[in-house]
Design a binder for this molecule. Structure first.
Ligand code: MF3
Ligand code: CO
Ligand code: CO
Length: 312
């Protein structure tokens, strides 16, 4: 079932007075894979993570509690990621392609002396994830132009000073329908509730409980298949942050821990289907989803958002 799809001959929700099928209908057609442009390159002066050359990700033991000098670098990477997200997000408009958003992200990371972390991570072909409408996450930028009425998530990660900063947000394209507006608002609130649950001495499971309670009260679903994660010198560490109540997530939060919270919330069923590209995750029922993400530091008395949006 595709939630929130109006009748073809009913007046469009946008108030144009035209029939829906002559107005915003295009934004509700199922998304299809487009054409992906050749891989972009990074200038030799930019320090790249080890996987950049091979596409293979090696894991090593990395402390969950970061030393102060790593935290200092993560503050810088987090700030840069937030700046890039704000800059590229400002370019979202009907007519721009997700490949053009990828080019902007790529250049914005390099301009700050950083490497766009997604590029060749496990072979991911682009510098940012662009997830449109029913795409839950990990959408690959391509030649599809955004349509008035779409929603698009930009997931920006930068490798700067030897550490990663990871943040995302979902943007409306032109005028979006009321249910999509509610989806964006509730999903952002889910992230805020999750952040408010971050406190030393408390279990990780507090975060997912707060998120799930809020999403469920709004009648929305929580995606279980993708979780928040520890990060630092590595893009993803073994620490997992479920966005639903998971009683086994008993790890206790300690000052100095750094991880992401990044809830994916669906209007309809939260079950996942994968495209053949091996990356693009869509809802099985075609319903829209939204996501917001921050990189967080556990402090002595709560939390510091390392990817807080720049003051405008
Ligand atoms: N930024 C995503 C996250 O929040 C990960 C993207 S992995 C990629 O964890 F390879 F798709 F870039
Ligand atoms: Co991310
Ligand atoms: Co993340």
């Amino acid at each position: 079932m595709r939630a929130s799809l109006p009748q073809a001959n009913a007046p469009c929700w946008c108030g144009s007075g035209r029939k829906f099928k002559r107005c915003h209908k295009g934004a509700y057609e199922p998304l299809r894979p487009g054409t992906v442009s050749p891989q972009r390159t990074v200038p030799p002066g930019i320090r790249a993570p080890a996987y950049a050359a091979t596409g293979r990700v090696e894991r090593w033991d990395e402390p969950r509690v970061k030393p102060p000098e790593v935290i200092a670098r993560m503050r810088e990477a987090g700030r840069a990621a937030a700046e890039v997200l704000a800059e590229v997000g400002a370019a979202v408009a009907p007519g721009i392609t997700t490949d053009e958003l990828d080019a902007l992200t790529h250049e914005a990371c390099i301009a700050r002396g950083g490497y766009p972390s997604p590029l060749n991570y496990r072979g991911f072909p682009k510098s940012v994830c662009t997830s449109v409408n029913e795409v839950i996450c990990h959408g690959i930028p391509d030649d599809r132009a955004l349509l008035d009425g779409d929603i698009v998530n930009l997931d920006v990660t930068i490798f700067l000073g030897g550490v990663h900063g990871d943040t995302n947000a979902t943007f409306p394209v032109g005028v979006i329908d009321p249910e999509s507006r509610r989806l964006l608002r509730v999903t952002k609130e889910c992230l805020e509730r999750g952040i408010a649950a971050v406190r030393p001495g408390r279990p990780i499971s507090d975060i997912g409980r707060a998120i799930e309670d809020h999403a469920t009260a709004a009648g929305f679903g929580v995606v279980h298949d993708f979780v928040g994660h520890g990060l630092g010198e590595q893009f993803h560490t073994d620490l997992q942050i479920p966005h639903y109540f998971e009683p086994s997530a008993r790890t206790v939060m300690e000052p100095g821990m750094v991880f992401t919270v990044e809830p994916m919330i669906s209007v309809g069923d939260a079950r996942v289907r994968m495209w053949n590209d091996g990356w693009t995750a869509v809802t099985a029922d075609g319903s829209r989803t939204a996501q917001y993400e921050h990189t967080l530091l556990v402090t002595d008395d709560g939390v510091e958002v390392l990817t807080a949006p720049p003051a405008s």
